[in-house]
Design a protein around this ligand. Structure first.
Ligand code: SF4
Length: 366
């Protein structure tokens, strides 16, 4: 029979967890070798809302290009967003860049070492700050990311919706009680690994090293924890993307405003779904006489957390390369530039990257 207590000591939880992690945990992740505060910070920000397997190649490319915080602070935002393209949640990249400049300016390039100082930086919450302290400095700091919330809610049958303040307060208390005094970095990695690989949404309890203390497992109620809100159907939003291309393979892109989901990223002009090509050209300063072909592309669908976007591409091929290739048109609606896909250092939204991939090269100007 499983041994249950209302409040297992951190040894009852941490010891079998650490033993399991030594045999099964992830110890060769690129940010673990070498494990510097800079690399841990970059990885923790990338890992917010993104799985390890997706993060690894992005992390490797990022630290190759920006090996330390000074290099990141000295960079423009465009190449930072370029290396983030496809990873999503782009505010993370903008905050990373802002933070690098703050650390270089206010901390002489030395990454802060206390959770309070780290949490004061842009885009870093309580759990991320603690994870950085534990992993970069090997100091005790309880974490409560999405994986740990799931593990602890099941271990202790914590009722209540996972985002409610009362539930979160209970979970933070448990996280603190279960975190051992020693081996802060290993324990932090171990509990995150358990949530990511064993205590997943559909858990594999048969191989779980802490099932003897798991109250949800003992009572056959694993699928009741953590409690989730019933998801509402997402609204659908339709937008038109004008993909202007020149005979020599350039595509026109505009930069989005710095805030918002795709803030600072570049994309073929996005407009309301009912805007005609003629109106778009007139408002954007392009000569309608230079258009050789207009063709509707295949709709693309992209899911966000609150809505689904249907992107309707309108491909507009120009006869000649307009002079704006060298001097972008300036008008009320259109401030952009021409780029050749694969030969630029701009950040592209996921839809923009797909649209640029879909451009078929022309054989030559007609
Ligand atoms: S026994 Fe199952 S539900 Fe409980 S912590 Fe382990 S994997 Fe999660």
């Amino acid at each position: 029979m499983p041994h249950l207590t209302d409040h297992p000591t951190n040894g009852e939880f941490a010891s079998p967890l650490l033993a399991w992690w030594e045999a099964n945990g992830r110890r060769d992740l690129p940010w673990q070798n070498p494990r510097t505060p800079y690399r841990v910070w970059v990885s923790e920000v990338m890992l917010q809302q993104t799985q390890v397997a997706t993060v690894v190649p992005y992390f490797v490319r990022f630290v190759q290009r920006f090996p330390d915080i000074e290099a990141l602070a000295a960079a423009e935002l465009d190449p930072v967003l370029h290396l983030w393209s496809g990873l999503g949640y782009y505010a993370r990249a903008r905050n990373l860049h802002r933070t690098a400049r703050i650390v270089v300016r206010e901390h002489a390039g030395g990454f802060p070492a206390t959770a309070e100082e780290i949490e004061a930086l842009p885009g870093i919450g309580r759990s991320t700050a603690a994870a950085i302290v534990a992993q970069a400095y090997d100091r005790r700091a309880p974490i409560l990311d999405g994986n740990v919330k799931r593990v602890l809610a099941r271990q202790h049958r914590v009722a209540g919706h996972i985002t409610s303040a009362v539930t979160l307060a209970k979970l933070w208390k448990l996280a603190d009680a279960l975190t051992p005094q020693d081996r802060a970095a290993d324990y932090t990695q171990a509990v995150m690994d358990l949530g990511a690989t064993v205590c997943r949404r559909r858990p594999v309890c048969t191989v779980c090293p802490v099932r003897t203390t798991c109250q949800a497992y003992a009572s056959g109620a694993v699928d009741r924890y953590p409690e989730r809100a019933t998801s509402r159907p997402k609204r659908l939003e339709r937008r038109r993307f004008f993909v202007l291309t020149t005979p020599d393979g350039a595509c026109f892109v505009e930069q989005r405003a710095p805030e918002g989901i795709w803030g600072g990223l570049w994309s073929p002009p996005e407009r309301p779904a009912d805007l005609s090509v003629e109106t778009f050209l007139a408002h954007s300063g392009f000569d309608p006489g230079a258009v050789r072909e207009i063709r509707a592309g295949t709709d693309l669908r992209h899911g966000f957390s609150h809505f689904d976007l249907v992107a309707e591409p309108i491909h507009v091929r120009l006869r000649t390369t307009p002079p704006e290739v060298r001097a972008p048109p300036e008008s009320q609606e259109s401030r952009g530039r021409w780029i050749v896909p694969g030969q630029h250092e701009l950040g592209l939204s996921a839809v923009a990257a797909k649209l640029l991939d879909s451009i078929t090269p022309e054989r030559g100007p007609s």
